[in-house]
Write a protein that binds this ligand. Structure first.
Ligand code: WTA
Length: 711
């Protein structure tokens, strides 16, 4: 065994010249798919001249085109101010209000057009249409409530709300006053919310008493009490908790309202019916919101997004990449608790005056046909979701889309690399071969898409996000900052060479961490005021094909180093997914004294398929064939389900810990914590039986395993 392994090592380890950033890349090149002529005919960006307008010689003025999509109270005098590099300021001198731009300015032409269509999870309850006029009313009235509570421009307000229309109403009411909202994903615990309250020193928490999730009414207000307690421990005292009611006229939570602290929003609103609150004119660089994202360790990072730059960028990218026209019905199935929902459910679509669908529940409730019934019923023609949701729907209902009469012109994928097999199902089954797919690479930090193709101008290539977005100049660098040429087959760290209007302004309260995490790596002169000296380090590994398209391999720390070969987890998983029986796959490292690390592969099967040694063998064979013997997993574990976060990402650190007999750590944020023990039992019993119980891990090894994979 050891000999065989060492034989491979010798044979395949000629990577001595490869840098730290080099990840083994063995992707097979995929063929192109062309956008349908019907789509091209109506697209917002169908003239290739747009590429010239956003060419580097026109930077930064090219972004005037995005800024001009908004209504400004005062026009800006400086498009990009670099005087405090890398704290970029966009559209300096400009003043505007985000709520005015997303609501008021549409009234003249589209007063009675649906702004939001809310689909509650129970299917026997009708959907709710909120017109722009109605949205205007609600935003104003709630802004009046906030004003009466003493809220003013610059205050931080934490929101911990589910997927209900009251969430965008609350966000827009904050924006109307120039207050900074910080929405914490509703599925997060009270404690997680409390840390974020404390980090942003919010005095007001806005929540809802309950919401539906998978057919069950969840008590949500209880988390507000936990959040207030957690924030208090960190020195922040929440003064007011405003509680929306999920069911009008009744309180659907077990926890008592705290006298003097907790208030029902509907009772407060009663004093402000018909109120009109003038939108506060904010400087372009004033913060619009904070969105927390987890770093690998320590304090969460409150990404601070600007008013003018951010809103321009999400409006521009919604127009050209989502191809949103005012008469489209657009549905993004993400949660507004994540950046995708902020940018591409609320701010981008509403800035363009479209109809944005909000769905309360889980995609497969009560069955895997639900999304397609919603699409059919509402006439959705633009659909937006993540690879995880696509994999799940493919697993539980591969033939469901065909049963429904809906027609998408456009579909988006976001959040993780999508395996070509899964992409093809999305294209053929969900899109019925009629829709373009845009694969959008970006981050909480970037505000909007930064790597993706223009749907009418760039052919699709499964698994690749496409070229850089308009006005973004991407590059792939090795550890020394040397560019890795396109088409070389080598991967490295993807960077954006330039700033753009949607880039976050700083980490709330942690400016040094902002510079050290995102800019220090490739900056050679910390005093430079020239943007060319400040490439943005995204922390993702990527490879650029001959045609200029980028393929994102995942976070740079999501790699398994087998005998000196850095294997991308996504690459391994994509290969496993080529086996027809496989629905989901997750690769993790196990400590191996000969090879450093070995690969273990966890897979779940499509419905109706029984686990068998044949399937295991097929997965091994696929990986050996696609990538090489070096990558052959030591074990394939066929499991009933993967541990996942509430947003659906597989928690690789939990399965890595299981494979290595390490502590699985905090699993309270999992959507399905019960699966962890089941998998542990299965895997560790089998390992005992096979005599594969590892030696005790060193401290460093344990730390690596427990933080494996981004969350
Ligand atoms: C990953 C979500 C491949 C990437 C908008 C990034 C992707 C992280 C893609 C950010 C994509 C996002 N292809 N990988 N199209 N989109 N990622 O902050 O690793 O939740 O750094 O923002 O997701 O996740 P975040």
């Amino acid at each position: 065994m050891a000999e065989e392994v060492q034989g491979q090592t010798a044979e395949e380890s000629d990577s001595s010249e490869s840098s730290e950033a080099t990840i083994a890349v063995h992707w097979r090149e995929e063929g192109y798919y062309q956008p349908p002529p019907k789509f091209i005919g109506q697209a917002n960006a169908s003239d290739p001249a747009i590429l010239g307008r956003f060419a580097e010689e026109n930077f930064p003025e090219c972004f005037k085109e995005y800024g001009d999509l908004l209504s400004w109270d005062h026009y800006w005098h400086t498009t990009l101010d670099t005087s405090e590099a890398p704290f970029w300021k966009w559209f300096v001198g400009g003043k505007l209000n985000a709520s005015y731009n997303c609501v008021d300015r549409h009234l003249e032409k589209h007063k009675n057009k649906a702004a939001l269509i809310w689909v509650p999870e129970p299917e026997d309850v009708p959907h709710v249409v909120i017109t722009y006029q109605e949205l205007y009313r609600r935003v104003n009235e709630f802004a009046a409530v906030l004003q009466a509570a003493g809220v003013k421009a610059g205050d931080r307000i934490t929101l911990h709300m589910p997927m209900v229309p009251e969430l965008p109403v609350t966000m827009l009411a904050c924006a109307r006053l120039g207050a900074i909202h910080s929405q914490v994903f509703g599925g997060f615990s009270g404690a997680a919310c409390g840390h974020r309250i404390a980090d942003s020193t919010s005095k007001i928490l806005i929540t809802m008493d309950s919401y539906y999730r998978s057919g069950v009414v969840q008590d949500h207000k209880v988390k507000a009490d936990e959040a207030v307690e957690a924030a208090r421990k960190e020195g922040t005292e929440v003064e007011k908790v405003l509680v929306w009611r999920r069911f009008p006229g009744q309180y659907s939570s077990e926890t008592p309202m705290v006298e003097g602290r907790d208030f029902f929003v509907d009772e407060l609103l009663a004093d402000h019916l018909g109120a009109v609150v003038a939108p506060v004119s904010m400087p372009a660089e004033a913060p619009l919101f904070l969105m927390y994202t987890s770093g690998t360790t320590g304090r969460p990072k409150g990404c601070q997004h600007s008013t003018g730059g951010y809103l321009s960028y999400v409006a521009g990218t919604s127009k050209y990449y989502q191809d949103i026209h005012p008469d489209d019905t657009y549905w993004c199935m993400a949660d507004i608790g994540w950046i995708t929902g902020h940018s591409y459910i609320v701010y981008g679509p509403l800035a363009l005056g479209t109809t944005s669908v909000i769905y309360e529940g889980t995609p497969n409730y009560p069955d895997a046909g639900r999304p397609w019934r919603i699409a059919e019923r509402l006439g959705v023609n633009i659909f937006h979701t993540s690879p995880t949701a696509i994999r799940m729907l493919r697993k539980v209902g591969p033939d469901e889309p065909a049963k429904y009469d809906y027609h998408f012109k456009h579909m988006t994928t976001v959040g993780e690399p999508i395996e070509p097999e899964v992409w093809r199902w999305y294209y053929k089954s969900v899109g019925k071969g009629e829709a373009v797919i845009v694969d959008t690479w970006w981050q909480t930090e970037t505000g909007g898409f930064i790597g993706t193709g223009l749907p009418a101008l760039n052919a699709m290539k499964p698994g690749s996000c496409g070229p850089a977005a308009l006005g973004i100049y991407l590059n792939i660098l090795d550890e020394n900052g040397e560019p890795i040429p396109q088409g070389s087959g080598k991967a490295g760290n993807i960077v954006a060479r330039n700033p753009w209007p949607g880039i976050f302004e700083t980490i709330w309260g942690q400016p040094e961490r902002f510079v050290s995490t995102y800019y220090a790596k490739y900056n050679k002169d910390p005093d430079s005021k020239d943007w060319h000296d400040w490439p943005y380090f995204a922390g993702d590994g990527a490879v650029q094909a001959e045609d200029g398209y980028y393929r994102i391999l995942g976070r740079v720390d999501d790699v398994i180093n087998v005998a000196g070969h850095r294997l991308g987890t996504k690459e391994l998983e994509s290969s496993a997914l080529m086996v027809p029986e496989i629905a989901e796959a997750a690769a993790v490292p196990v400590i191996d004294d000969v090879r450093g690390r070995a690969v273990e592969m966890y897979v779940s099967l499509k419905p109706g398929i029984a686990p068998s040694p044949e399937i295991e063998a097929k997965v091994k064979k696929a990986i050996e064939t696609d990538i090489g013997k070096i990558a052959r997993p030591q074990n394939i574990w066929i499991v009933p389900d993967m541990p996942k976060t509430r947003s659906g990402k597989i928690m690789r650190r939990v399965i890595a810990a299981t494979s290595n007999f390490a502590d699985v750590g905090d699993i309270t944020t999992l959507a399905n914590p019960e699966i962890v023990e089941q998998i542990r039992h299965q895997v560790q019993n089998a390992k005992h039986a096979r005599g594969e119980v590892p030696r005790e891990l060193t401290e460093a090894e344990e730390a690596e395993i427990k933080s494996f994979g981004s969350e």
